[in-house]
Design a protein. Structure first.
Length: 223
């Protein structure tokens, strides 16, 4: 369902070029749980952002469900990010003035282009909070939740529009080891029970090994 071919990424730093990715080829089948593992500075996050339509490659292509992501208009690419891809980051990016339930609902409100908090979206958000084990925390705001709980809310939010693909960038990087293990266990459960296609970027080998397949990246290349 996801294929990258010949992906390179070069950043301009003054008069010099910094090549972060050096010809990445990647193919991920539907329903797989894949980790991209490697040291800091290896190009993991850059690759994930390119796979998710957030950062255009210097060269190469990304095909998601038969669509060449970077041949689409900015508007169409934004629609794909909202409807077909769920993102989970190291920092949770929850809106602090909204409750956990309202944060989970947000992608559905963006998708419909309305602030109408319809019962359908509310019921779906409640269901997802139940899936991540936070049904009793729906009315709590982010500052009333632990780091692990906030990340669970972020995962529920990422699932709100039933995305075909879930991309997770160091989802345990801001958590203690127990909370981090809980997040990885939750992602494994979502993969097995809901059939979600998941890609996790991590620098922690123990976390990487929980996936169906592990891809090791170093110096901008798969090893």
């Amino acid at each position: 369902m996801l294929e990258a071919t010949g992906v390179t990424k070069v950043y301009k730093t003054g008069s010099k070029d910094l090549q972060v990715l050096k010809g990445i080829d990647l193919k991920i089948e539907k329903g797989k749980f894949v980790s991209i593992f490697g040291p800091s500075g290896a190009g993991k996050s850059t690759l994930l952002h390119i796979l998710g339509g957030l950062d255009e490659p210097t060269q190469g292509s990304v095909i998601l469900d038969k669509q060449d992501v970077y041949k689409l208009s900015d508007k169409k690419r934004a629609q794909i990010r909202n409807k077909e891809i769920g993102f989970v980051f190291q920092f949770y990016y929850l809106l602090r003035e909204f409750s956990a339930l309202e944060n989970v609902m947000m992608p559905a409100l963006i998708k419909t282009g309305t602030r109408d908090k319809g019962q359908g979206a509310r019921d779906k958000a409640k269901e997802l909070l139940g899936v991540v084990g936070l049904q009793d925390r729906a009315d709590h705001r982010p500052n009333q939740l632990s780091g692990g709980e906030q990340q669970r809310v972020a995962i529920a939010r990422a699932l709100m529009n039933n995305p075909a693909l879930l991309l997770c960038d160091e989802p345990t990087g801001n958590l203690d080891s127990d909370s981090g293990k809980g997040i990885i266990d939750l992602l494994s459960k979502l993969n097995k029970e809901m059939g979600s296609t998941i890609v996790v970027v991590t620098h922690e080998e123990e976390i990487a090994r929980t996936a169906n397949a592990v891809l090791f990246i170093k110096d901008g290349r798969f090893q």
